[in-house]
Design a protein around this ligand. Structure first.
Ligand code: FMN
Length: 216
C-alpha cells in the first residue's frame, strides 16, 4: 500500500507512522524550573545524535513542561526507562498540572545529579546529565510552524549502575530497556547480537551472514 500524508488515505483505523519508526528509545526526562519545581516525563522522539562529545535530542509536540523548564534552567537529565520501571514511566506521562513533581507522584526516588541541578531517577540503571544546547522550532513544507520543538543537549555526566557492567562492557539487554512502538505498543530489549562493521571492503561479508546471536 501507499498513502500520502497530506491526505492520510491509508484506510486504517489508526495512523501507522509511529509503528514504522519503532522501536524508539525513551528519554525519561527530569528537568527543573527556575522556581525549583521538578518535572519528569517520557519522550520517545528521543535519541543520541553525536558521540564526541555525546549529544542527545528529544522532540516536544507542543510546548510541554519539560521544554519550558529546560529553556528556563538550561539543564536536564535523561533517565533510562526499563521493564521494571514501565508502570512508573507511564504514570509520569499523565497530564499533571505544571509544578507537579511526577517523580514523587510515581513513588520514585530523586538522586542528586553531579553536574546539573535536576535530579536523576535513582531506580533507573543509567542516567545522562545534559546541558541544553539549542531548541529548533519545526516548520512544515509549507513553511508554517507545526508547534513542534526539538531540544538538543550535550551529555556532561553519565551514571551507570555497575551491576550491569560485564567484562568491561555495559550489558544493555540485561537492563531490559523498553522502547515505544505505534499505538499503545512497547517492546522490551532482552537479547542482542554482535556484528562487527567491516573495516575495509575486503571484509564485507555476503548479506545475511555475520551476526552472532547472544541471549541475555
Ligand atoms: C512512552 C511515551 C513516549 C512519549 N513521547 C513523547 C514525545 O516524544 N513527544 C511528546 O511531545 N510527548 C511524548 N509523550 C507524552 C508526554 O510524556 C506527555 O505529554 C507528558 O505529560 C509531558 O510531560 P511534561 O509536560 O511534564 O513535559 C510520550 C508519552 C509516553 C508514555
Amino acid at each position: 500500500m501507499f498513502y500520502s500524508t497530506d491526505r492520510n488515505d491509508h484506510g486504517l483505523p489508526h495512523d501507522p507512522f509511529k509503528a514504522i519508526i519503532a522501536p524508539r528509545p525513551i528519554g525519561w526526562i527530569t528537568s527543573m524550573g527556575t522556581n525549583g519545581a521538578i518535572n519528569l516525563a517520557p519522550y520517545s522522539y528521543f535519541n543520541g545524535v553525536h558521540s564526541k562529545p555525546p549529544m542527545v535530542m528529544f522532540a516536544s509536540e507542543g510546548r510541554k513542561d519539560s521544554l519550558e523548564f529546560i529553556e528556563e534552567t538550561k539543564e536536564f537529565v535523561c533517565n533510562l526507562a526499563t521493564w521494571d520501571l514501565r508502570g512508573q514511566m507511564n504514570q509520569t506521562s499523565a497530564p499533571y498540572p505544571r509544578g507537579t513533581n511526577e517523580l514523587e507522584a510515581a513513588g520514585l526516588t530523586a538522586a542528586p545529579s553531579r553536574l546539573v541541578k535536576p535530579p536523576r531517577v535513582a531506580e533507573a540503571p543509567c542516567a545522562l546529565e545534559c546541558k541544553w544546547l539549542q531548541t529548533v522550532e519545526l516548520n512544515g513544507v509549507d513553511g508554517k510552524p507545526v508547534d513542534g520543538w526539538v531540544v538538543f543537549g550535550q551529555v556532561v555526566g553519565v551514571h551507570i549502575d555497575e551491576r550491569y557492567i560485564r567484562n568491561g562492557l555495559l550489558d544493555t539487554a540485561a537492563m531490559k530497556p523498553i522502547a515505544r512502538g505505534g499505538y499503545h505498543d512497547y517492546s522490551v530489549l532482552t537479547e542482542s547480537f554482535t556484528m562487527r562493521r567491516p573495516a575495509s571492503l575486503a571484509e564485507v561479508t555476503p548479506p545475511a551472514s555475520g551476526g552472532e546471536k547472544v541471549t541475555a
